[in-house]
Design a protein around this ligand. Structure first.
Ligand code: 13P
Ligand code: SF4
Length: 307
């Protein structure tokens, strides 16, 4: 396709999506890993998993389109059982959510009776329904500390749990789930970037292995990283996370040079302008959750939002 054809196609999709949003009384929630044309041109609300869960709870729109992955759409539905929640591509999964089942959680609870279960939102509704409280990368430390116990079962992200254990001293019983994007970073790679780009500020997502987080100047959720870039005044930044983050932030901070490793999330990248347009045209794919399971899972998410 020529450059002119690409531009025309983007413009055509963007115009159609903006009109369809009005017609359907819809909002588009976009995760920070969405590509710039989605993030900057058609979304109403942008953020990390925590912000998207909060916004999903408070929106007045009749339809929510999740430009993100399936567990994010499920969380939005949990908070709005009477609203229509659409995921533009039903196959937009997550390696963490797929690493564990409800039966696995029941077995962990049986092996560690009385130990509270903290579940990362990157999980299915069935897993959340077995859980005491949820967390995101933006509030994991606060959630764990709010329980006031010396030991918790923290699932499914082993590295997030280890990073929170290092920060809080609270003992973690973990599950061997990993993010396929963040597990690929290595400490040697970060040291190499520092050698090649003297003075670079390194920001890492807590889904990275602890030895990678140890090499960073800051670790936090995707929203935490965006805030940090805004307030730190750093002129050269390496984001140790999914690559669209740097593309989106480069638009917001043209004064900052972004060193760009590219670890791409194939699930996030299933969402495109074309799939969002189709979703609004056909009202598919609608996310549904069995009511009994929803009630139990919603409690775990609501407890998190209360913290
Ligand atoms: P955040 O909640 O930090 O946006 O992370 C979500 C995610 O999927 C990171 O891989
Ligand atoms: Fe899941 Fe990792 Fe993709 Fe986030 S980046 S959706 S944790 S696979």
């Amino acid at each position: 396709m020529t450059r002119d054809a690409w531009e025309a196609r983007f413009a055509d999709d963007i115009e159609a999506i903006l009109a369809l949003k009005k017609e359907r009384n819809a909002v588009i929630l976009a995760h920070n890993y969405q590509t710039p044309e989605i993030f900057h041109c058609i979304s109403d609300i942008r953020g990390d998993s925590l912000a998207l869960a909060r916004e999903a709870e408070s929106t007045d729109a009749a339809v929510i389109v999740m430009a993100g992955v399936h567990f994010m759409a499920e969380t939005a539905k949990l908070m709005n059982m009477d609203k229509t929640v659409l995921i533009p591509d039903d196959a937009a999964g997550c390696s963490l959510a797929e690493s564990i089942t409800a039966a696995d959680v029941r077995a962990l609870k049986a092996a560690h009776p009385g130990v509270p279960v903290v579940t990362y939102v990157n999980s299915s509704v069935a897993v959340k329904a077995e859980t005491d409280i949820c967390c995101t990368s933006g509030n994991a430390r606060r959630v764990v500390e709010s329980l006031g116990v010396p030991e918790v079962i923290m699932i499914p992200d082993e590295f997030l749990a280890q990073n929170i254990q290092n920060e809080t001293g609270i003992r973690m019983i973990t599950w061997p789930g990993h993010c396929e994007v963040h597990e690929r970073f290595t400490p040697g790679e970060i040291r190499q970037y520092r050698r090649l780009h003297p003075g670079v500020t390194v920001l890492a997502h807590p889904e990275c292995p602890p030895d990678v987080v140890a090499e960073a100047d800051y670790a936090g959720s995707t929203a935490g990283m965006i805030d940090y870039v805004g307030r730190s005044g750093a002129s050269k930044v390496l984001l140790v996370t999914e690559c669209s983050m740097s593309d989106n932030l480069a638009v917001m901070h043209p004064e900052v040079t972004f060193v760009r490793p590219c670890n791409l999330c194939p699930h996030m990248k299933r969402i495109t302008l074309a799939s969002i347009r189709k979703s609004l045209e056909t009202m598919g794919t609608e996310v549904t959750i069995p009511p009994e399971m929803a009630a139990r899972a919603r409690q775990a998410v609501a407890r998190m939002l209360a913290v």
